[in-house]
Design a protein around this ligand. Structure first.
Ligand code: ATP
Length: 309
């Protein structure tokens, strides 16, 4: 779906991105992660045909973004870091306007606007003026304008920026709901905002791609086995004994017959761990991939280290 080779962009003397190379398959939801100034927006602008690369090549659905930008634009929906909204229009009027601008036929416009509103949870504010909407709803309108022409690829630049925690959860649900119908590329500088939504992460630092893969792949590359967190009801000593078969065990909490533990073992082993706990007569209340592991990988990649290719 997307092939990027040697992508470089200079602003004057300053290289905002250097020699980026990655591929994205159809239907994937990809998180583009990096600290402020890492080069995320610049990359997404090139993919969105808003900015010309200095060198390198980007091919989207078989079309080159430089020589065939018109074809590419028909296949993508782009939410820039500041959504291009018209305050004096209602949500419905604005989405209708954008749909027509993107070549949706008059016959299909109402249904496409309806679908976009449905996917982004905007049905109830169809007739509201954009100027009266909260920031969270404005971001949803930004996403809706990007998908109203049913593009194969959606590029969302920091869609959770400035949202409160509840709105972030809602936006995550919106993005998850897009999976299947679209390939999605979503950027953020905050790891938890995208790690739970995306199939795979591309980590960019100082304009270079420093790592890419699923959470498990990144953990393996960084030499960590990962951790599994559990909460069980039953005897603490028995729980530790059973779990030690998988790796070293830490008891995080133990009170009133409830024991919270962390096992240093690959998250791939979650099914076997669950079976062993239940087989030992303990009640399994919770079992998760250890939180914070990806966070520490991200911090190791982006703090106190020079970027590497
Ligand atoms: N129009 C511009 N002219 C000059 N330098 C720019 C321009 N836009 C971005 N830059 C610089 O290029 C680098 C990458 O910026 P970019 O906006 O792509 O990063 P980002 O990862 O999206 O960060 P943020 O999350 O803060 O938007 C930064 O050093 C930034 O200062």
């Amino acid at each position: 779906m997307i092939q990027v080779e040697g992508l470089t962009k200079y602003y004057g003397e300053h290289a905002a991105i250097r020699e980026l190379a990655f591929t994205i398959s159809q239907g994937e939801v990809i998180g583009f992660l990096g600290l402020n100034g890492a080069g995320k927006s610049t990359t997404l602008k090139v993919l969105g045909c808003v900015l010309m690369p200095t060198s390198g090549r980007v091919v989207i659905d078989g079309h080159d973004v430089v020589s065939n930008a018109h074809e590419v634009r028909q296949r993508i929906g782009y939410l820039p870091d500041v959504p291009p909204l018209y305050d004096e229009m209602t949500v419905g009027e604005y989405l209708t306007y954008v749909a027509q601008l993107r070549g949706v036929t008059s016959r299909d416009t109402a249904s496409r606007v309806g679908e976009a509103e449905e996917k982004t949870g905007l049905r109830d504010v169809h007739g509201e003026l954009i100027s009266t909407l909260s920031h969270g709803y404005r971001q949803r309108v930004g996403v809706a304008q990007a998908l109203v022409h049913k593009p194969a690829l959606l590029i969302l630049d920091e869609p959770t920026s400035g949202l409160d925690p509840r709105q972030i959860v809602e936006m995550r649900d919106v993005i998850r709901g897009l999976k299947g119908a679209h390939t999605v590329l979503v950027s953020s500088h905050i790891l938890p905002e995208i790690s739970q939504t995306c199939d795979r992460l591309l980590i960019i630092h100082k304009g270079m791609l420093v790592a890419q893969g699923t959470e498990e792949e990144l953990a393996a590359k960084m030499g960590g086995r990962g951790t599994i967190e559990l909460e069980v009801r039953g005897d603490k000593a028995r729980a530790v004994e059973v779990l030690q078969r998988f790796g070293s065990v830490e008891v995080d909490r133990a009170s009133d017959g409830l024991v919270a533990l962390t096992v240093r073992a690959s998250p791939d082993q979650r099914p076997q761990v669950a079976q062993a706990v239940v087989g030992a007569g303990l009640e399994l209340l919770r079992l998760d991939q250890g939180a914070g592991q990806l966070e520490s990988i991200f911090l190791r990649l982006t703090h106190g280290q020079e970027a590497r290719a």
